[in-house]
Design a protein around this ligand. Structure first.
Ligand SMILES: *[C@@H]1O[C@H](CO)[C@@H](O)[C@H](O)[C@H]1NC(C)=O
Length: 443
């Protein structure tokens, strides 16, 4: 399978349609209902849990062997390999399942974070372990160099089983007139795309276009420059609440600063770098790091779990909890949300002859998308975290959407997005579409 990159049309800001700006109502009702996917939505609105070691991983999984998927525990937050729609967990929308509604799946908009990787953030004092990545080929169809290892395209195979075999949305050979793929401008998402698409259509040997926007104007992965976005983030990260979370983690940060020579703003001001470093190690079969100066002093499991809890708190705060979340989402993800809203509108109006779109993006894209959808509690979207908008057409020709987050109906402050009129979902997305992104970014 060959992948040709097609440079999508440049974003033309003058074409952006306008829409009323509404702030999200931040609702922090604690989740009391016990359910199989409770580890996705633990309460993240109080700071004290960060320092409370008894919470451990907060029900999540953060470790995996080097060459295999972690054991599949469906419905559990698993940073290394998030669950996805698969024959094991897939359920029809409840009214369809019960037979009270007759409906057919007509379109899926699928978005996912790339798969597992090595750390972006190397400890400032240096690493005490080497990474060996010599057993993987990154090719047009990513696969393991050693055929005895489990090959990578598991995610795609499950999507085929659900959306191809079971629901007959996808054909056994891709029809490029009605399926469409896009990645960010980062090579990492291209590698994920090739692996997943190979898994969906293992026997297809033609080419498939993988669309991409130019990196300087990309509507995903913070591709286009936006000075007021960085400015707003500074404002969001200077509130009393932000400072309380820093104060609560002062001891932890001091200890890590000394162990890893990391007393620098970029390592101390958010938990992004430590979480990324520890997650990448644990998700690839490595242990936590030790100090280069004194190999007997290491980050402990408790340290790592506290870092992960603090990381989750930060994600929930950035994209959901802070007072300016909606504004921040608009500046970060608003143009991409608009692209989705326009596609869904075209499906609604019958002007887009498409059954499936799949976009390969980043945690920094999934966070704001989930925020825009009103997720109840947002943990850091883990590796291969995914969102599926399923558009169903009833026998009365009404269109409904179900939103799956990592294989299960998304829980929002207003309930599960199990069966929502398509026009209502489009309105929800449009609340986060900027009226004039050029003016907003330069103001
Ligand atoms: C980190 O640097 C700041 C500023 O130089 C200093 O006040 C603080 O004590 C340092 N912390 C540690 C743990 O070394």
């Amino acid at each position: 399978m060959n992948f040709s990159l097609i440079w999508a049309a440049l974003v033309n800001p003058s074409k952006l349609f306008s829409t009323a700006l509404n702030l999200i109502v931040v609702d922090q009702r604690p989740d009391t209902g016990a359910s199989s996917d409770a580890s996705f939505y633990p309460p993240l609105d109080v700071i004290s849990y960060i320092t409370n070691a008894k919470h451990g991983t907060y029900g999540g999984i953060f470790t995996a062997p080097a060459d295999e998927e972690t054991e599949k525990i469906d419905g559990t937050y698993n940073y290394c390999t998030m669950p996805h729609p698969s024959p094991d967990n897939y359920q029809l929308p409840s009214s369809v399942q019960k037979g009270t509604t007759e409906a057919q799946l007509i379109y899926v908009e699928y978005m996912q974070r790339h798969q597992r990787r090595t750390p972006y953030n190397i400890l400032p004092g240096g690493e005490d372990q080497e990474y060996h990545c010599d057993n993987v080929h990154i090719t047009a169809g990513s696969s393991s160099a050693d055929s005895s290892l489990i090959s990578v395209p598991i995610h795609g195979r499950d999507l085929w089983a659900v959306y191809g075999e079971q629901l007959k949305l996808l054909a056994s050979s891709p029809d490029t007139r009605n399926v469409w793929f896009r990645a960010s401008s980062s090579p990492l998402t291209h590698a994920s795309a090739s692996a997943v698409l190979r898994g969906i259509w293992p026997d297809y040997d033609g080419s498939l276009p993988l669309h991409q926007q130019a990196s300087g104007i990309d509507t995903v992965d913070q591709g286009f420059p936006c000075p007021s976005r960085s400015q707003l983030l500074l404002t969001i990260q200077s509130t009393d609440e932000w400072n309380q979370h820093l104060a609560a983690t002062q001891d932890l940060r001091d200890r890590l600063a000394i162990l890893f020579n990391a007393n620098r703003t970029d390592w101390m001001f958010t938990f992004d770098h430590f979480a990324d470093n520890f997650q990448a190690r644990l998700c690839n079969g490595y242990r936590l790091p030790c100090s280069l100066n004194d190999p007997s002093k290491c980050a402990t499991e408790d340290d790592a779990y506290a870092v992960f809890r603090a990381g989750d708190w930060e994600w929930n705060y950035w994209w959901h909890r802070n007072q300016q979340a909606s504004h921040y989402i608009q500046l970060t993800e608003g143009l991409f949300l608009q692209e989705i809203a326009l596609r869904l509108t075209a499906i609604k109006e019958g002007t887009l002859d498409r059954v499936y779109s799949h976009t390969f993006i980043h945690d920094g894209d999934l966070g704001p998308i989930l925020g825009a959808l009103g997720i109840q509690q947002l943990r850091w979207p883990g590796m291969a975290a995914n969102i599926a908008f399923e558009v169903w057409k009833t026998s009365d020709s009404e269109l409904y959407v179900r939103v799956l987050y990592s294989g299960h109906p998304l829980r929002t402050s207003e309930g599960k997005l199990d069966w929502v009129p398509l026009s209502k979902l489009i309105r929800q997305l449009n609340k986060h579409v900027p009226q004039d992104i050029v003016a907003m970014c330069s103001s």
